[in-house]
Design a protein around this ligand. Structure first.
Ligand code: FAD
Length: 378
């Protein structure tokens, strides 16, 4: 919260909690190296970055607030020029060898499982658009095809085309470590842990990684109308494409895309410690209150109106009148995350439609026809 102090403006948030001067939302202890110097130094032009006294603290706060209103310059701006998105520039037989820049644990100690933010340096050679995915080929041999490499695993890209360092040379992924627990003993069986997600979450700066892609057109951000409404529903790592959209809308200064519409994010995770990029999103709420809404469903901490666990569909139901109105007015709606999220959401939307005297089947087919409905679940 900002408050006026005479002629000075100060912020009542601790300096370290401001998204402008910290690394992406990281919680808990991380024993992995993480280098985000370029992210920090290029993110915003802060004047009094070094804090040595209370006086300077105030100066820093002023700078933060001024800086919050400015967006970050990106380059090379030629990344805006193509009329079509890049597709499959690198294929499984000839992948691009990229380099890991950093791996950061995103979740706190009370989160069930681990999710990591992984920045990959592609040197500008594997360009992509927001909403696309990369393929990753983990090192080693495919157990099902001796002598052959592993199959490609897809990961939604969690950065804009300019990457977290705003120079078009990196891409970021948001990866959940797939861990196998024996259903009988409840113990982890590391021989059955997910190959690629563990490779990525265990990787170190400087490690090489084989990329394919980029792929996918379903989740591209439609930019023909910069004043459009975008309703984004994410569970867990499904947040990845939306982080990219939101950075493009609110963090970056992109000459060809001046967002003036409404972006409404619903994020479903287990608990507060599992929230992903929460500080980034919270800062948009402060800076763009008229253009951004952010609703969190914490299944293990919050209760829905029937006293059950709070899932994203419960949040959707809570705002169903507004959501249906926005859809009728042409809003885009996106879903990303685990496959299991869709049946609950579809049932809720169907129930709401029926309560409104509408046929969900007809509405859905209209939304699909109008290209307002975007789903990428895995
Ligand atoms: P695999 O090695 O493929 O194993 C798969 C599962 O089987 C694991 O849970 C593993 O524990 C289990 N398993 C392994 N061996 C056995 C066994 N013998 N018996 C029983 N179970 C076993 N994931 C993300 O984290 N972030 C993303 O942004 C993301 N985006 C995606 C986008 C798309 C379009 C798609 C299709 C998928 C996306 N995924 C994403 C999922 C990702 O592609 C992988 O499927 C996921 O990371 C698991 O891959 P893995 O190699 O770690 O696991």
């Amino acid at each position: 919260m900002a408050r006026a102090l005479g002629a000075q403006i100060s912020l009542s948030v601790p300096v370290g909690s401001d998204s402008c001067i910290r690394t992406p939302a990281s919680k808990g202890h991380n024993n992995l190296s993480f280098h985000h110097t370029s992210w920090v130094s290029t993110s915003l032009e802060l004047k009094g970055r070094t804090i040595r006294s209370k006086y300077q603290y105030k100066v820093l706060c002023m700078s933060v607030q001024e800086a919050r209103k400015s967006k970050v310059a990106v380059n090379p701006i030629e990344l805006e020029d193509a009329k079509e998105p890049p597709l499959n520039l690198y294929k499984p037989k000839e992948p691009y060898t990229a380099t890991i820049v950093s791996v950061e644990r995103l979740v706190g100690p009370k989160a069930p499982g681990e999710t990591c933010h992984i920045v990959i340096d592609h040197g500008g050679n594997v360009p992509y658009w927001e909403g696309q995915s990369y393929g990753i080929i983990p090192p080693g041999e495919n157990p099902k095809k001796p002598g052959a490499p592993h199959n490609v695993r897809l990961y939604s890209i969690a950065s804009t085309r300019y990457g977290d360092s705003f120079d078009g040379k990196t891409a970021s992924l948001c990866v959940r470590r797939a861990v196998y627990y024996d259903p009988e003993t409840g113990k982890e069986d590391s021989s059955k842990n997910g190959i690629c997600s563990n490779f990525l979450c265990d990787s170190k700066p400087g490690d090489k990684v084989k990329l394919t892609g980029p792929s996918g057109k379903i989740m591209l951000l439609p930019e023909d109308d910069p004043n459009a409404t975008h309703i984004m529903i994410a569970t867990g790592t499904g947040i990845a494409p939306f982080r990219g959209y939101l950075r493009r809308m609110f963090m970056e200064s992109v000459p060809k895309y001046k967002f003036g519409g409404l972006a409404w994010l619903f994020l479903g995770v287990a608990n507060t410690d599992s929230l992903l990029y929460d500080d980034e999103f919270t800062s948009y709420l402060q800076d763009f209150p008229g253009n951004f809404r952010y609703d969190r469903a914490l299944s293990r901490e919050q209760r829905n109106k029937s006293g059950g666990k709070m899932y994203v569909q419960d949040k959707i139901e809570e705002y169903s009148d507004e959501i249906f109105k926005l859809l009728d007015e042409g809003a885009h709606i996106y879903f990303c995350g685990l496959k299991g999220m869709m049946p609950g959401i579809q049932n809720t939307l169907k129930r709401v439609a029926e309560q409104r005297g509408e046929s969900w089947e007809e509405k859905l087919s209209q939304l699909r026809k109008n290209k307002q409905w975007h789903v990428e679940v895995y």
